[in-house]
Design a binder for this molecule. Structure first.
Ligand SMILES: *[C@@H]1O[C@H](CO)[C@@H](O)[C@H](O)[C@H]1NC(C)=O
Ligand SMILES: *[C@@H]1O[C@H](CO)[C@@H](O)[C@H](O)[C@H]1NC(C)=O
Length: 443
């Protein structure tokens, strides 16, 4: 493809220059496979860092994946079809179910993704316009210490807005790295005049030093409908002693009188079902009566001293008769294992297609030289460029301190979440007018 390439524009019926590639042309692979981590020993490096906050440690680049954290959070949008679906449903409980499926699906791309995304530089932005999926998203790194990323997505037909700010708090615990994704997700469905808010579950990467890396997500996610106070409570289960609960999500939807209306169950790595509480209970009783003949195979203990091994439980979610499927994960492409376990969606995120560079602001992550070099398999350049960018950021900070200048964010401002009253970052509009004069030179 060259930059003069023209695409047929179905809407205007004519040939127009198309800046954002029609989805049929999104790339399906990265330019280069990943660098092997096998020969790299990090113990000597990491033992100095136990208990420290990870944002204060400069990690060797071999543990990264070639995406900025801003791009990583835009993966929440992979299953946007669920929001579109929620908009079309007239029953509020049915809507809540689909919103719950969206909230779970939004963290599914984390599965087996042990690469650390690049810390965004202050002022870095990421735009994702997906006309085929009917939305566009803008995100900005609004704070460096602590790192805060704000995003705002809207449907092109104006039936939803999805926004939030995230402060990933990472802690290194010797064997594992725990990420607390502080920050609120807010979804507004304009047609139904509804707003839902929730926070994401905790995420833990096990065995960063020894053994096989694996990822666990746990904690309670409460999705609240602010019009009524009705809510959906989802419990991301920790894997537990025998691994029976690995990746499991279970919860319920209750109305404002606290009456349980639906049970929701599944795995965030696989699928999610919904069922009537009565049918669910009846089924459970019947199972107990039959003596629970299918006892789960228990993991043999003993190896836990060296590594927190991922329990070897391959069983999938068993559908209880009477359930309805809400969401199922899409299979990853065959070459995913050589490419940081990216999903098809993730493969496209750093693509810089012809014509894009002229339209994007100079702060877009796609223009970051370190990520670009890593994506191309050039680890030495990636490493040098990452250091250069971080030093440039520190120098700019020193200059501001000298002039007693404060950093001002460009597309978001600090405000309050309209539904919770708590502090949040609010999109102030204007990004898509594409007037990108006096943006900071961060690369
Ligand atoms: C990808 O997944 C495999 C299989 O679970 C895992 O062994 C590997 O460490 C993962 N790679 C990355 C980069 O996360
Ligand atoms: C959410 O609030 C709206 C507006 O009051 C209400 O009509 C709807 O029943 C609620 N939905 C759920 C799932 O609780």
């Amino acid at each position: 493809m060259n930059s003069e390439e023209e695409f047929y524009d179905a809407e205007t019926g004519g040939n127009t220059m198309c800046v954002f590639v029609p989805f049929l042309f999104y790339r399906t692979t990265l330019p280069a496979p990943m660098f092997s981590r096998n020969d790299f020993s990090i113990w000597g490096f990491l033992k100095k860092c136990i208990g420290m906050e990870l944002s204060k440690i400069t990690m060797p680049i071999v543990f990264n994946e070639p995406l900025s954290f801003l791009q990583r959070i835009s993966e929440y949008m992979e299953h946007t079809y669920l929001i579109h679906k929620a908009c079309t449903l007239s029953d509020s409980i049915e809507r809540m179910q689909v919103v719950a499926a969206f909230a779970v699906s939004a963290v599914a791309s984390q599965w087996d993704r042990t690469g650390k995304p690049f810390n965004p530089l202050l002022g870095e932005t990421f735009e994702l316009t997906r006309e085929d999926e009917g939305y566009r998203l803008i995100s900005e790194q609004v704070s460096h210490h602590p790192p805060i990323s704000a995003f705002y997505a809207e449907s092109l037909s104006q039936d939803f807005v999805f926004h939030g700010s995230i402060y990933p708090k990472l802690k290194f615990w010797g064997k594992s790295v725990e990420a607390e994704p502080k920050g609120i997700m807010t979804l507004e469905l304009s047609k139904h005049k509804e707003a839902y808010t929730w926070t994401n579950p905790m995420c833990c990467v096990h065995n960063v030093i020894l053994g096989k890396l694996w990822i666990e997500q746990y904690g309670t996610v409460e999705i609240v409908n602010h019009s009524t106070g009705d809510k959906c409570v989802l419990n991301f289960k920790p894997c537990g002693m025998f691994g029976k609960e690995l990746h499991r999500v279970e919860g319920y939807i209750q109305d404002k009188s606290k009456k349980k209306r639906r049970i929701i169950y599944g795995k965030w790595t696989e699928c999610l079902y919904t069922i009537e509480p009565k049918v669910y209970e009846a089924n459970k009783k019947a199972e107990k009566k039959s003596g629970d003949s299918k006892k789960h195979k228990q993991k043999t203990g003993g190896s836990a001293d060296d590594a927190d091994e991922m329990p070897d439980v391959q069983e999938t979610v068993t559908m209880i008769p009477g359930s309805t499927l809400l969401w199922r994960i899409a299979p990853r492409p065959a070459h995913s294992a050589q490419m940081y376990n990216f999903t098809s969606f993730a493969m496209t995120l750093n693509e810089l297609s012809p014509g894009m560079e002229e339209v994007l602001p100079p702060t877009d992550c796609r223009l970051r030289p370190d990520i670009r070099a890593m994506e191309n398999g050039d680890m030495d350049t990636a490493s040098l460029e990452k250091e250069r960018l971080e030093e440039k950021q520190r120098a700019a900070r020193r200059e501001r301190a000298k002039d007693e200048e404060d950093w001002s964010t460009r597309w978001f401002h600090q405000g309050t979440n309209p539904h919770l009253g708590s502090s949040d970052w609010i999109y102030q509009g204007g990004y898509f007018d594409r007037k990108y004069s006096d943006l900071p030179d961060i690369y």
